[in-house]
Write a protein that binds this ligand. Structure first.
Ligand SMILES: [Zn+2]
Length: 281
């Protein structure tokens, strides 16, 4: 600012020497213009510093990082800056990530409860496909237990108020053959579906997205499970032929899941092996 004032004074002197009586008005105009552009430059610098609000955390670390930090060589999980701060992560001292998100003047108060509207709800975002959703805005969770093809147990660090630290997740829109029903035998392909889910998800970091209803009548959390590579696991189960599209309830990706089921059926993948011919009879 001092430099700016100095240059204005210098410009004013030169101007005053060159064209004397008219210059005062022009100088005022020039000063206003210079100030205006300086404001633009300063605000764009501030904006660049905050970037797009995505930072990266690791599986085990307590700090969050910029995308290119050397501490991200083992695991790299994108989260919003707000989530990182809320979950108690500290900024990395090596890569100096932004300390707060653009627009908010203070870091979120960890005692302040997160409102449920902050949960990523697919029906509110209205993406056309499961691949169009933003996993960085979802609720991160770790799969700590496996129940069957469409149901897992997860642990959630610093859960929002409507959600517990450990939850049973029933995946939205997919139904895999039963393996654990007390009064029913293991259904065709139930064990394969269970193994597929266990192999792909157990011990992994996942991201949860929700839809209209947060829970089913058994109190299980209803969610879409996304893996770190942005894949919707619910959709993958259907596409690979490990489960059926569960169309008794409305959900955001109903059409998409039914189309995936048709593909799996046509290709006779998984439980559809030899099944569609049996159906047609
Ligand atoms: Zn770092």
């Amino acid at each position: 600012m001092m430099l700016l004032n100095k240059s204005i004074i210098i410009i004013r002197r030169i101007g005053a020497r060159k064209h004397l009586p008219n210059s005062r008005k022009g100088m005022r105009k020039l000063k206003r213009k210079t100030l205006y552009f300086t404001c633009i430059i300063i605000s764009s610098l501030l904006f660049l510093g905050a970037e797009d609000g995505t930072v990266y955390v690791t599986n085990s670390g307590k700090r969050y990082h910029r995308e290119d930090c050397r501490f991200l060589s083992r695991s790299k999980i994108p989260v919003t800056l707000e989530d990182a701060l809320y979950s108690g992560y500290e900024p990395c001292t090596a890569c100096n990530p932004p300390a707060r998100s653009a627009g908010s003047s203070a870091p979120p108060d960890p005692r302040k409860p997160v409102r449920s509207r902050e949960l990523y709800r697919a029906n509110q975002v209205n993406p056309a496909k499961t691949g169009d959703v933003q996993i960085s805005q979802m609720l991160p969770a770790e799969v700590v237990g496996h129940i069957d093809g469409d149901t897992v147990r997860v642990r959630i660090r610093n859960p929002p108020p409507d959600i517990n630290t450990v939850e049973t997740i029933r995946m939205i829109g997919v139904d895999t053959p039963e393996t654990v029903h007390p009064n029913r035998p293991v259904e065709h392909f139930g064990r394969e579906a269970g193994d597929f889910t266990k192999e792909r998800l157990l011990g992994k970091q996942v991201y949860l997205a929700f839809d209209w209803d947060l829970r089913d009548r058994y109190g299980r959390l209803l969610a879409y499970i996304y893996t770190g590579d942005g894949l919707c696991f619910n959709a993958a189960l259907i596409h690979e032929g490990y489960g059926y599209a569960y169309s008794s309830y409305v959900f955001q990706f109903k059409d998409e899941f039914e189309a995936l089921e048709r593909l799996a059926m046509q290709a006779e993948r998984g439980l559809w092996r030899g099944m569609d011919r049996r159906r047609d009879r």
